[in-house]
Design a protein around this ligand. Structure first.
Ligand code: 5GP
Length: 114
């Protein structure tokens, strides 16, 4: 299966996943291979391939994604200790799934990436 279709199927609830939040714009679910005690992915419900596809018309979606993910961090009680929000873009950025997503990572001390 084309990897980006996995996220579409999760959004449509056609394959099992642990959805922690969904509205008419975004879906957030736990990562299948968590890199931290809390590892949640958030995606736009309508397909956007990568950060390169952010434009004047769709830019409000990304603000909403950030708003939702910060609220999830508060609900999961990791906001006080802190967390990372990561966006990987294309080959050099380490994007494996070509469906735009943000990672929320927390629940332990995370190393700086650079
Ligand atoms: P990327 O490297 O593209 O930024 O991150 C893709 C993420 O998607 C990885 O952390 C990977 O573990 C996660 N992932 C890949 N396939 C699935 C899946 O079928 N379900 C879920 N929940 N996460 C997935």
């Amino acid at each position: 299966m084309n990897k980006h279709l996995i996220f579409q199927k999760i959004i449509r609830k056609e394959i099992p996943s642990n959805i922690v939040y969904q509205d008419n714009i975004v879906t957030a679910f736990t990562d299948i291979q968590p890199k931290a005690p809390i590892h949640i992915l958030i995606v736009p419900n309508d397909f956007i391939k990568s950060a390169n596809d952010i434009n004047k018309k769709n830019k409000d979606i990304f603000a909403h994604m950030l708003y939702v993910i910060v609220n999830i961090a508060k609900e999961k009680r990791i906001s006080k200790e802190g967390y990372k929000i990561i966006i990987n873009c294309n080959k050099n950025g380490g994007q494996e799934i070509n469906y735009f997503h943000m990672h929320l990572l927390g629940g332990k001390k995370l190393k700086s990436l650079y």
